[in-house]
Design a protein around this ligand. Sequence first.
Ligand code: SF4
Length: 279
Amino acid sequence: MHEVKLAVSAGFCFGVERAVKMAVLALDEFGGPVYTLGPIIHNPQEVLRLQNMGIKMAHTLDEIPGGTVVIRSHGAPKGVIEEAEKRGLKVVDATCPLVQRLTERVMELADEGYQIVVVGESDHPEVMAVLSYAPESCLVVRGPECVESGNLNKKVGLVAQTTQSLENLRAVASLCICHCREVRTYNTICHATHKRGAEALELAGQVQVMIVVGGKNSANTARLAKAVIQGGTKTYHIESADELSSLEIPTGVPIGITAGASTPGWVIVEVMTALKAMD
Ligand code: SF4
């Protein structure tokens, strides 16, 4: 039997947990049909569980014939909520308050005439939603290597996608300061990602094998797994307990478990239970 240690903050962040709860509550309160605009969470097992409860996924408003639409924690582009209401849909806005705060910062900076530099991934739904509030004013950069001084105005407002690292924001800020007369920086980073990464690395130092649980389509889980792998501990990224039998885990070694912010608690419990039962 293995000694299994679980990272304290493994699994759902508060924004994702809140969004899933709001979707389930909408089903209880308003009855069906309930749709989420885009996958509410990057976890196939949880999406399936919600589907079985009656919560469906739509890519656009056009795919929703009636009922309730849930805006996921990443938020939605400007005008989508108004359009949904105009179409007679009931709207449950589960945008994470931290994403909401980022959007408000962007609007405030645009109103005050700043060129806005957003540190993040331009094709991420959160960034796409935020950009829609000030498309003319925003420049998205992945990191300092993407900052070209010729593209910067004298007056820059700097924000970051909520899941970015502080190091990346700091590096971009340092460059902007060299090229701009004024740089107003807002730290819009959520600590959920950083906290999971730091805890996972600490745990990895105490065990022989690490298992990172979460959707293979989840960027935050993949990043978490990559960080642990880089730390040097033997690491596996799995989605569910079904994959455990294919892993090469020596008998009786201590095992650490962590999970991305989009991994539900019940999947983690299943993995832990199965691991403890293994010889
Ligand atoms: S990672 Fe942070 S910002 Fe994103 S949904 Fe979770 S709590 Fe909100």
